[in-house]
Structures are given as structure tokens and as C-alpha cells.
Design a protein around this ligand. Structure first.
Ligand code: FAD
Length: 481
């Protein structure tokens, strides 16, 4: 039973705010709720908090931050919201896009100032659809380092993170107020914890092949590059409580995963002048449309693969990214002094590749226009020595989920908020509309961090106005327990 309804249910222990899932959303929500004065318990199914966040590049879009201002970047929440809405063709809920965009900069500055997490602005290139430099990352520029920083901040704040604790059911009353959760720890009988507010931060359903097949049939059977713990729990529990779900067909794909190595190759290569060709040595799309929808374009090519073609200038840019360095170490990146030998490395017709690169040179010089609509001007043409990497398309995470309002409260099908249930990150409906092309780079962590920050505050207010009956907590076996 996903949700057990029992008005008389008693719990031996109750914590004001319980959070299911210890990825970026869950840990930001925990820090936010604690900062707002509530005691918090995070329940995380893995041995340590990681989730898709740890697998990610860790780039978080945020508008009007002091990091941007220090770098002379002009941006605003309104500009970010406009970029998000332009990319999703107006399909997302504009109120949510506005609320999340408004929260983005404040959340990053709060994480820096109140939680002691160091951030840098990612400079050097713009992701497709972003009109300002606004990706923020921890100095190591990896999702793993972001998770390490968030986990350490939780430790400093005295937040209990109970690991290897998988939530298996919710308890609620007839008024749809969540009363608590059941959770399973390895080798132990099922345990329970009561709560005054519950935050679902257990992400989407990319790890559930059946759900992917049902909602995203074009990616059925395609490798899932996210975290296996991205099951469908939040949607199952929410629906049992009468919550609305939306945009289940939306997702972040990626058209640049080195194959067979399974390493993300930064899209910066494409944004700064690289091209993608198929086994015939021909381009097949506008690479500046977005890396998410490019996953579908790449999978439509012969053998379901493509080759990123670029040069030494771009190789040097790639070396700034940890994933790219891993790809070099794994032997995924190949180089050749001329196009003839580069084509031989890929087993593609040399004449066709030469013609494609010559066309790109013409586009860059403004002598002709790209039929796919990409603007090549402003970037130098490709020059020897050349580089290539064979890539395929992959599913990174799903964007559909529970409908929430501006306070991250989960709403029912009539748009009314449930009494004390909150959601964020991959558990909640994203801001990408209903299609793969609606994903603006960074929409994943934008929602995880901003909604996590909002949800933590709102849940704390909820919990404080409904004081917990008992403050005792389960014995933590946490990284800092
Ligand atoms: C390779 C890759 C690169 C990416 N790069 C970026 C990027 O640079 N920028 C960006 O914005 N987005 C990026 N994304 C997307 C981003 O990673 C996700 O949108 C984001 O991490 C979602 O955060 P989350 O906290 O909602 O989920 P997660 O980080 O997945 O955390 C959810 C947690 O919930 C736990 N959990 C699940 N069910 C239960 C349960 N029943 N009980 C207890 N715990 C449970 C899981 O174990 C997991 O730890 C990338 C994704 C991938 C795969």
C-alpha cells in the first residue's frame, strides 16, 4: 500500500519536517527548513547522499547573483524566466517559472552565505538558449563535489541524514494530511517516523523502465544515465493522495555521451564551433537547438550514433571539464592531422566529411547560410589538427511530476494545495513543458535547488504552526551521525 489512511495512527517518534531523498533538492530543503527553525530528518535510500545530482555536471542556473555582478554580467530573474519560457514555447506554468527564477539567485547566495558553500560562475561559453552567463558551480565543477559540499553543510547545521533508509509508504488521515512515513533499513524491521510536514525530494522516474516506456516511448530501451534511485515513488504517493501530475512526457536527454565509454562530452564544444556528423560524414541538425532534443536526433542516425568533430582550440576548452578529461583518459577522444585521416578513424567517407567541414567554414565566414538554421558566425572555423569523439543519445532525467504551487505545496487535481505535502526537484513537475525540446540547460538543478529552498521554508512554517508531538528521532547512521 503506498499510502495508509488511518486517522488514529500514533508514532513513537515524530520529527517536524521529514524529507524523502538526499539529492540536491532534499539537502537544500533540509538546510532551508533548519535555517527557518524546524528540526529535520532526511531519509535517503543509498549508503550516502548522491542521487542524479552527484552524476551531474553540477551547473546551477541562478539570476542576479553577486557572482554574476562581480564578473560584470547583467541578468535578472525576469530574463531567466523569459529564457526558460522561450525554450519551452510557453508550455510551462508561467507562475512557477517566475517563482523559481525569482528564488534562484537568492537560493545560491543563501547557500554561499548562510551555509558556507563556495560557488563560482561558469564562464567561457553560453549554453543554448541562455542570454546571460548564469551557471553556478562549486569550484570543482562536478555534481559529486556539489553533493559533498551540501552534505558537509548539513553536518555543520546538525541535520540528521539517515542513509540506507528507503521510504516504503506514507501514512495520512482522511483529510489528506500526511502523518508520517514507513521506512526500511537493511536487515531491520520496518520503522516509522511521524511528521508535521513532508517534502518529497526523491526525484523522477528515469530509473523505472516500464514508466519510461509508457510516457517516453521514443527512449524505451535507451541507456538511462541518471541515478537508479529515480523511481516513481513521489508520483505514486502523490496520486494516492489525490495530487495532480503533469508533463510526464518531458525529460532531459543528451546527444553527446561518448560511446561505448559512457562519459558526458561537454556541449561547450558545439556551442563554440564544433559540429556533429553521422556515419555518412554529414550534419543532420542545428547543434545549437539544445543538447536535450539532440538526443533524439542522434538516435535517429545510422547505428544510433554520431561523431563530434572539432579542433585543438575546442579540445583545450574541453580540458577545462572533468568529464572531458575522463574521456581523454579513457581513450574516447581521437585526433588526426587532417580530415582524410580523421574520417579514417571514424570509418566514414573522407570526401563527405571534407565537404561538411568546408560548408561549416563557409557558414562561419558568412558566405552562405546553414540550412539547419545554426548561426556559425562569430566563431573561428575548424582548423587542423582535428579531433573527434563517437557519441550517442541518452536519457538523463525526467521532468514530469507532482504539480506544486509557488510555495512548493503539492496540489490536487482542482489546484488546491494538500495540507502538508511539499515537493521539488525531479519529484515535481519541471519548467520544461511537455516535450524534450522544452528543456533549457540547467532546468534540472534550477528546480532542485530553487524549489528545495522554497519547500524547506514553507515546510518549516507548516511544522512550526503545527508543533510536533514528540521531538525524539531515530538513531542516525548518517555520514555525520
Ligand atoms: C549526467 C547528468 C548530468 C546532468 N547535469 C546537470 C547540470 O549540469 N545542471 C542541471 O541543472 N541538471 C543536470 N542534470 C540533471 C540533474 O542531475 C537533476 O535534475 C537533479 O540532480 C535532480 O535533483 P533531485 O534532488 O531532485 O534528485 P536526485 O539528485 O536524484 O536525488 C533523489 C534522491 O532520492 C533518493 N530516493 C529515491 N527514492 C527514495 C525513497 N523511496 N526513500 C529514500 N530515498 C529515496 C535517491 O536515492 C536520491 O539520492 C544532469 C543529470 C545527469 C544524469
Amino acid at each position: 500500500m503506498p499510502v495508509l489512511f488511518d486517522d488514529a495512527k500514533q508514532f513513537d517518534l515524530t520529527v517536524p519536517v521529514v524529507i524523502v531523498g538526499g539529492g540536491a533538492c532534499g539537502l537544500v530543503a533540509a538546510l532551508s527548513a533548519k535555517d527557518a527553525g524546524a528540526e529535520v530528518l532526511v531519509l535517503e535510500r543509498d549508503r550516502a547522499p548522491s542521487g542524479s545530482t552527484a552524476l551531474s555536471s553540477g551547473f546551477i542556473p541562478a539570476a542576479y547573483t553577486r557572482f554574476q555582478r562581480a564578473a560584470g554580467v547583467t541578468d535578472s530573474p525576469e530574463t531567466l524566466a523569459a529564457d526558460v519560457m522561450r525554450k519551452n514555447h510557453g508550455e510551462a506554468d508561467p507562475r512557477m517559472v517566475e517563482a523559481i527564477s525569482r528564488a534562484s539567485g537568492r537560493a545560491i547566495e543563501w547557500l554561499a552565505e548562510r551555509c558556507g558553500i563556495e560557488f563560482v560562475l561558469v564562464e567561457g561559453f553560453l549554453y543554448p538558449g541562455h542570454s546571460a552567463l548564469r551557471m553556478h558551480a562549486v569550484p570543482e565543477k562536478t555534481g559529486r563535489a556539489l553533493m559533498a559540499a551540501l552534505t558537509a553543510a548539513c553536518g555543520r547545521a546538525g541535520i540528521d541524514i539517515l542513509c540506507e533508509a528507503q521510504v516504503t509508504a506514507l501514512h495520512a488521515d482522511a483529510g489528506r494530511r500526511v502523518r508520517g512515513v514507513s521506512f526500511a533499513r537493511r536487515g531491520q524491521a520496518t520503522e516509522e517516523a511521524g511528521c508535521e510536514a513532508l517534502i518529497l525530494a526523491c526525484s523522477g522516474f528515469g530509473g523505472d523502465a516500464e514508466m519510461v516506456k509508457r510516457h517516453i516511448p521514443e527512449l524505451a530501451g535507451v541507456d538511462f544515465f541518471g541515478h537508479v534511485g529515480n523511481r516513481v515513488d513521489a508520483v505514486i504517493w502523490g496520486e494516492a493522495l489525490g495530487a495532480a501530475v503533469a508533463d510526464m512526457t518531458a525529460y532531459q536527454g543528451h546527444g553527446s555521451v561518448a560511446t561505448p565509454h559512457g562519459i558526458l562530452i561537454t556541449w561547450a564544444l558545439m556551442m563554440e564551433g564544433g559540429i556533429q556528423v553521422n556515419a555518412n560524414g554529414e550534419r543532420f541538425s542545428n547543434e545549437h537547438g539544445g543538447y536535450s532534443e539532440q538526443c533524439v536526433s542522434v538516435l535517429a542516425q545510422p547505428g544510433r550514433v554520431a561523431w563530434n568533430i572539432y579542433d585543438q582550440r575546442l579540445h583545450r576548452l574541453g580540458l577545462e571539464f572533468p568529464d572531458y578529461r575522463d574521456a581523454v583518459a579513457a581513450g574516447a577522444i581521437r585526433t588526426a592531422p587532417d580530415l582524410e585521416s580523421l574520417a579514417a578513424l571514424a570509418g566514414m567517407p573522407a570526401q563527405a566529411l571534407k565537404k561538411t567541414v568546408a560548408q561549416a567554414t563557409d557558414f562561419a565566414a558568412g558566405r552562405s547560410a546553414d540550412p539547419f538554421g545554426r548561426d556559425f558566425t562569430g566563431k573561428p572555423p575548424l582548423a587542423p589538427p582535428y579531433y573527434l569523439v563517437k557519441v550517442t543519445g541518452s536519457l538523463f532525467h525526467t521532468q514530469g511530476g507532482l504539480v506544486v504551487d509557488e510555495e512548493a505545496r503539492v496540489c490536487d487535481r482542482e489546484g488546491r494545495p494538500l495540507p502538508n505535502l511539499f515537493a521539488g526537484g525531479g519529484a515535481a513537475r519541471g519548467v520544461s513543458g511537455a516535450h524534450v525540446w522544452g528543456y533549457l540547460s540547467g532546468n534540472g538543478l534550477l528546480s532542485a535547488v530553487s524549489l528545495g529552498w522554497i519547500a524547506g521554508q514553507a515546510a518549516a512554517v507548516q511544522a512550526i504552526s503545527h508543533p510536533a508531538r514528540s521531538r525524539s528521532r531515530p538513531s542516525p547512521e548518517s555520514p555525520h551521525g
